[in-house]
Design a protein around this ligand. Structure first.
Ligand code: XMP
Length: 319
């Protein structure tokens, strides 16, 4: 009979068989998937695993600290924390095509992992928290012609030549199953219940060119939005909620002065597996409260819009 406990044992045996006595580097993104993959692999091969958390400067507010303290504090899993904001942001300067952004980020992640692997005397495998929907959506549109919708960085965004082989123990799982496996492995429920966050981070929530200034503006808006969602008790009813920063400036009025600032888009969806999604039906009062707070508290934004597009035809992320 199928159970998550049995699945865990099976995966541990699979990882041991694949890896042998090899060394594994696991890239932590700050999200649930890579954390579950890391804990599972650690259980399978212990000291042969080194976790690397690459801070690309495209994280949300306080996210880096949370991941580092979870791994160093809660588990005794060795964690290398790489500060790579400058590397990523300088490489993204002047890049505005969504696939070019994704490809650059995927390639740069691998370069950082390979550099870290060298420092520990070489690694044979790179572990990732790739899920089944990531695999499908990077390969083709279900039922249609073979068209890449977007290159999820932990699949299609990888460079063709890479020195390490991939270990992807979650490749057969959907999100809800990964969460169940996370609970089975003893991860804190609040961590396991976090909304998904994409590997390329805020870069794909800033259509067009990314800059540190735009990331800082977006982080402030996103924090307010999520704070209001939590205060309203809605966090767990929503699959994913986030703010995007549009590369459009519009005219507004603040006090008796003219403003000319960016537009912030709000997204919130319900979903089972991220493959299809419905718009979360916030009340008008809730949306006005968030819009008012963002415009009042975030310098650089003077207009807020709510994205009312389901998936399909929209995707969840804007790029
Ligand atoms: P889309 O935008 O394709 O997103 O409807 C579906 C789900 O996948 C997440 N997503 C990613 N996750 N690397 C990831 O690890 C990626 O490159 C990536 N792109 C999208 C997205 O946040 C949503 O949960």
């Amino acid at each position: 009979e199928w159970s998550m406990a049995a699945y865990r044992e099976q995966k541990i045996a699979d990882i041991r068989a694949q890896v042998g006595s090899g060394r594994v580097i696991c890239g932590l993104s700050g999200g649930v998937d890579s954390a579950v993959a890391a804990v599972l692999i650690h259980e399978a091969i212990g000291e042969q695993l080194t976790c690397v958390f690459v801070d690309h400067g495209l994280m949300r507010a306080n996210e880096a600290e949370q991941v580092v303290s979870l791994f160093r504090g809660h588990y005794n899993i060795p964690l290398v924390h790489v500060q790579a904001e400058e590397l990523f942001l300088s490489g993204l300067a002047g890049v505005s095509d969504p696939e070019a952004k994704r490809k650059f980020i995927g390639k740069t992640f691998i370069e950082v992992f390979e550099e870290e692997a060298k420092k520990i005397g070489g690694a044979d495998f790179l572990a990732q928290g790739t899920l089944y929907p990531d695999v499908i959506e990077s390969v083709s549109f279900t039922g249609g012609p073979s068209v890449t919708i977007k290159s999820h960085h932990n699949v299609g965004g990888l460079p063709e030549r890479m020195n390490m082989k991939l270990v992807e123990p979650l490749r057969e799982l959907f999100k809800d199953e990964v969460r169940a496996l996370g609970v089975e492995l003893g991860l804190p429920p609040a961590f396991v219940g976090r909304h998904p966050f994409p590997g390329p981070g805020l870069a794909i929530r800033i259509p067009g060119e990314v800059s540190k200034e735009k990331c800082d503006i977006l982080r402030k808006a996103d924090t307010i939005y999520l704070e209001e969602i939590r205060n309203a008790g809605l966090y767990d009813a929503i699959w994913q909620a986030f703010a995007v920063l549009l590369p459009v400036r519009t005219v507004g009025v603040m006090g008796d002065a003219r403003t000319y600032d960016y537009v912030c888009g709000l997204r919130a969806v319900t979903s089972v597996d991220g493959m299809t999604a419905d718009v979360y039906p916030f009340s008008a009062e809730f949306l006005s409260r968030v819009a008012t707070r963002i415009v009042n508290e975030v310098q650089g934004i003077n207009r807020v819009v709510y994205d009312y597009t389901s998936k399909p035809p929209g995707t969840i992320e804007w790029e």
